[in-house]
Design a protein around this ligand. Sequence first.
Ligand code: APR
Length: 240
Amino acid sequence: MQPNHHVVVLTGAGISADSGVRTFRDAGGLWEGHRVEDVATPEGWARDPRLVWSFYQQRRRQLREVEPNAAHVALAEFERALEAAGHEFTLITQNVDNLHDRAGSRVLHMHGELQSLRCERCELVFEDTLHLDPGRFVECPECAHARLRPHIVWFGEVPFHLDAIAEVMATCTHFLAIGTSGQVWPAAGMLHSARARGAATFVQALEPPQNLDPQDRFCEGRASVVVPVMLAELRRALGV
Ligand code: APR
């Protein structure tokens, strides 16, 4: 009997770049003209919640203008083919956009989701795609007058799904890092942990990321062009 494969994919900003969503670290340390510390930390939110709110509301509005690209679609097809053949597949993303979800993938959003909001008081999380005004806070529907914050993991906060991710990494046979610079932990450590357990490792990005290792297969180029080819090759290799 064929051994069971478990393909784990970690995606980052590079996969959404081809859909028109800006990446984080290629604009001189600024993200849409803001310092990361001002818009992506709990301290930034405490200091100037209006700025942070307006920033994320604009990102949420942008979701309506972008579409999944060929890389998102290829991953969703890959998931279906692999699972139909009795193997396992897990997609983990650092991206807060909903492009994987819209392409039809089941995905763990380790850094949160733009389309959701969370109550600062009771922690209720819910999807809200209607309130997109950058100038007005939204109140929690459960706690009268408590303010909602973006459901985003900021620097200094603990990513979501870490227990599930640790479980997945324990059975990973193939690990693909797509469109991520490998600078943010704990996501960057997943590549190390895949290598340590002897999984085949693939890295896809525009340029070699800083955590690349000689044992990784590096697939250079734009995700929307390269990922469908990588996945087709992997399907052939796995016979699915
Ligand atoms: N196709 C493939 N890769 C690309 C493309 C593209 N079109 N454009 C850029 N890249 C690659 C770059 O080569 C780089 O390796 O995507 C990577 C983007 O890196 P970052 O901007 O650092 O994004 P990411 O790794 O996802 O950032 C991780 O940092 O700010 C936090 O929480 C935020 O989730 C984010 C985390």
